[in-house]
Design a protein around this ligand. Structure first.
Ligand SMILES: [Zn+2]
Ligand SMILES: [Zn+2]
Ligand SMILES: [Zn+2]
Length: 138
């Protein structure tokens, strides 16, 4: 069994050719990708299959969805050991207004958020907007 199949199996996802290819494609990126980017990489694949693959990955904690404010959902692979838990795993995302790319800042966890009594957080989506290090030239 190859590395990717092993990772999928660990997350209780049965490795299929399509899933392995999509995983590979995501692993190659250092920015978050939209479904349309994945479609462009697999022009011969059925859109519904690609969509379902991503949704399965999301449900099983292989990828996380990022709402970067552009109106298009983006996806990025989770780090090893990530359970997408608010307190432990969620990190900041950065959207560059110059190159329009969204990246995971996995080293920068979301700061603790205090909510009024009775409010239960289920998901936190924190996107910082500005100019990325590539574009700022530093
Ligand atoms: Zn995750
Ligand atoms: Zn940029
Ligand atoms: Zn991320």
């Amino acid at each position: 069994m190859n590395e990717i199949d092993k990772k999928l199996t660990e997350k209780e996802v049965r490795p299929t050719a399509m899933r392995t290819l999509v995983y590979q494609q995501l692993a190659k990126q250092n920015t978050a990708v939209a479904l349309t980017d994945i479609e462009l990489a697999f022009t011969k694949a059925d859109r519904t299959t690609l969509y379902r693959t991503i949704k399965t990955f999301e449900e099983k904690g292989i990828v996380h969805q990022i709402d970067d404010g552009t109106g298009i959902s983006k996806y990025a692979l989770c780090e090893p050991g990530c359970n997408c838990e608010i307190e432990n795993d969620l990190h900041l995302h950065f959207h560059c207004s110059n190159c329009d790319k969204t990246v995971c800042l996995t080293e920068h966890k979301i700061p603790q958020i205090s909510l009024p009594e009775g409010y239960v957080a289920e998901d936190v989506n924190l996107v910082v907007k500005g100019i990325c290090s590539n574009c700022s030239g530093s």
